[in-house]
Design a protein around this ligand. Structure first.
Ligand SMILES: Nc1ncnc2c1ncn2[C@@H]1O[C@H](COP(=O)(O)OP(=O)(O)OP(=O)(O)O)[C@@H](O)[C@H]1O
Length: 272
């Protein structure tokens, strides 16, 4: 599914002294098979944007389009199945007696046959490296384990677009890696992923395109090297290193990932 936001504005508490214009005319789209990174400072509107993608929040003005059609015309349960939203700290919503039951909740509510429910539970837990936890109580897991189970619960709906709001916040490096690997695996299946994060290094590793938000507006959207090199305030560590090297060696190009910087430096050192 191609998901698009067109000139979306969102005002919280309109007409009250607490009124906040969180989105001020945001237009962006995500294509099937693409990982779209969304970055921006605290309060720039990232979470508000995420919640518009499945119309959990409705635009004050502007439109959300699913495959070119107004998403408001789609029954909400169908939209929420197709656009899976993982909130910040999703583990807070785990509730069932076992991990397996928790992950089975959404597919069961979709009315799928029990065999299909079990297939999905297994597959989504496997993908997050959490299959071994299936029989455990979600409440007796570590923070990182809970996070993986919570994300598996959304994956079990097999959404066409997966929106992840700060999915790695507070996780240890190994769990982060595993999660990022799972995100990249989804892209291979033609699903789209919207990956919202404060962590620029992480976004640089996974994103095909990046949109930069500032105070409710899109400041830039484009290929990671365009956005990161043209907006120095958003540079991931790899870009900061490469930018230093480029002053004397412009032919290192515009790498954005650590692996690319390493290759560029190898090329320089070998005189290539
Ligand atoms: N429920 C709400 N009611 C009123 N204002 C809100 C609400 N949620 C967010 N805001 C305001 O909207 C603006 C955008 O907030 P949002 O949470 O979307 O930003 P963010 O980029 O996700 O921030 P962070 O990176 O800190 O999570 C902020 O000024 C925030 O205070």
């Amino acid at each position: 599914m191609r998901l698009e936001l067109r000139e979306v504005r969102h005002v919280y508490a309109p007409g009250t002294p607490r009124e906040v214009e969180a989105l001020r005319g945001v237009s962006l789209g995500v294509e099937p098979g693409e990982v779209l990174g969304v970055v921006g400072g605290t309060g720039s509107g990232k979470s508000t944007l995420a919640q518009h993608m499945n119309l959990l929040l409705e635009p004050t003005s502007g439109r959300v389009l699913a495959d070119g059609r107004d998403a408001r015309a789609m029954p909400r349960p169908e939209l929420r199945r197709k656009v899976g939203l993982v909130f910040q700290f999703p583990e807070a919503a785990l509730f069932a007696a076992t991990v397996g039951e928790d992950v089975a909740f959404a597919p069961r509510r979709m009315g799928l046959a029990e065999e299909e429910v079990r297939r999905r539970v297994r597959r989504s837990l496997e993908r997050l490296g959490a299959l071994h936890l299936a029989g455990r109580s979600p409440h007796a897991l570590s923070g990182g384990e809970k996070r993986r189970v919570a994300i598996a619960g959304v994956l079990a709906m097999e959404p066409e677009v997966l929106v992840l709001d700060e999915p790695t916040a507070g996780l240890d490096p190994a769990t982060r890696e595993e999660l990022l690997g799972a995100v990249l695996g989804m892209r291979g299946e033609g699903r789209s992923v919207v990956f919202i994060s404060h962590d620029l290094d992480e976004v640089a590793e996974v994103a095909d395109r990046v949109c930069l938000l500032e105070a409710g507006r899109v400041l830039a959207c484009g290929r990671p090297e365009e956005v990161f090199y043209e907006h120095p305030e958003t540079a991931p560590a790899a870009v900061r290193v490469a930018r230093e090297v480029r002053r004397e060696h412009p032919r290192v190009g515009r790498p954005v990932r650590f692996g690319e910087v390493r290759e560029a430096l190898r090329g320089l050192l070998s005189g290539g």
